[in-house]
Every structure is written in structure tokens, then in C-alpha cells.
Design a protein around this ligand. Sequence first.
Ligand code: SAH
Length: 236
Amino acid sequence: MKIVIQREKIAVMAALLLICFSATAQDFSLLRERMVRDQIEARGITHEPTLNAVRSVERHLFVPPERRNMAYDDGPLPIGHGQTISQPLIVAYMTELVNPEPHHTVLEIGTGSGYQAAILAEIVERVFTIEIIPELGNSARELIDDLGYENIEVKIADGYYGWEEHGPFDAIVVTAAAENIPPPLVRQLKDGGRMVIPVGSPFMVQTLMLVERRGDRVLTQSLMPVNFVPFTRGGR
Ligand code: SAH
């Protein structure tokens, strides 16, 4: 008799756990849908592949567990080591800006959590991403592997020099604010390629810039004021 009751108890507890777990998963997908609708589509992002990517990548997996409930909020979040995962709108905007296409190879500087790399990897053929803080790069690599992305490669290095052996790139996305546009990155852009990069000093408002290479000409365009963590140099 005792055993039967205990078995029932266990069954009830298991059922409750299952309900909690699926409720949480559903909450996250609901929050994600709302994020896309209210923060991203409502502010003018129309590029379908970008919208599909932000709809499908589980952003809550890219933030520290204690901040999961804020993963779909309208702002950046700390990810440790003084760094942040960018605001969802900024990630979507930067993705849309480089016109990613399925056959593209993209370079990202500043892997951080790996979220921007995952968004790009949903759209393009290959993503190369460089992170200067080894702990962040390694944990992003682990998560990316766990999630099954086979088209992302993470390197721990100073992204200033780009990743020459895999270039030139169709697009480059820089997610830390540099004082100047690094010349090696411009050289690694394909003809017709686009780079998006926040430029400016870390303690002032920076400007998001679009850099386009057209033959020997490099066109730059200032887009909007932004606030990114600094582009650091030289490794640690
Ligand atoms: N794209 C990230 C945002 C990370 S914040 C995401 O989706 O989560 C910017 C990142 O750039 C930080 O992790 C920081 O360590 C890294 N970074 C700063 N300077 C760098 C450099 N010179 N080379 C590579 N990464 C750099």
C-alpha cells in the first residue's frame, strides 16, 4: 500500500514538473513572439530572413541563467566580464543592414554570448566570429556546438586583424565600439561587401556606421547614435 502511494506521489510530482517545464518553454516562445512584434517589427525591421532568425533563436539560452526572465526585454543585458549581449532591436538592425544572403560568408568581431553569430548563422552559409576574452569565446563556442550550429567557427583573438584566411567576406558585423574603422577589416570586405561598425570613444555617444566597398572606393555612412562596449586591443 505504502509503495503504491509513493508511486502515485512520484507520478504526480513528475507530471507537475513536466507542466512547469513546458509552461516555461511556452512562456519563452510567447515572449519571443512579442519581442519580435513589439520591439523589432514595430520599429521598422522588414527583412524576412532577419525576422525569421530572431523568431527562432532562443535568446534566453544566451544570457546567464539568473537573467533568463529578462532575455526578451527591450535592452542589452550583462553576460559577465564587463560585457553585454546587445539589445534585440540592435542585433536585428545590424543583421538587416548587411543584407545577408544564404550563400554569404560573414565575419563577426565580438562573439560575446554568441547570439548575434547564431542569428547570422540562421541566414547565411558560414559565420566566422572572433572574441578577445577567452572565457566568453569558449562558453559561446560550447553553446553554439550544443545547439548544433555547424556553420559557425569561433576564434579567440584580437579581431582588429580580421580572419584573413577565410576572407574576403560578404559582410562584417562589429559588435564593439572602435575609435577608428580597422583597415584590415576594410581590406577583408569583398567588392560590394558591407560592414556595420559602431565608431567612437567608449565614454561618448558612438555612431553606428555602414561601410561599403565598391571597387577601390570605400563608402561610409553614419546611421545613428549607439552605445556599445569598447573594442579592446591586444589580447589578454
Ligand atoms: N555580439 C555579442 C555582443 C558582445 S559585446 C553578442 O551577441 O552577445 C562585444 C564583445 O566584443 C565583447 O564580448 C568583447 O569582449 C568583444 N571584443 C572587444 N574588443 C574585441 C576585439 N578587439 N576583438 C574581438 N572581440 C572583442
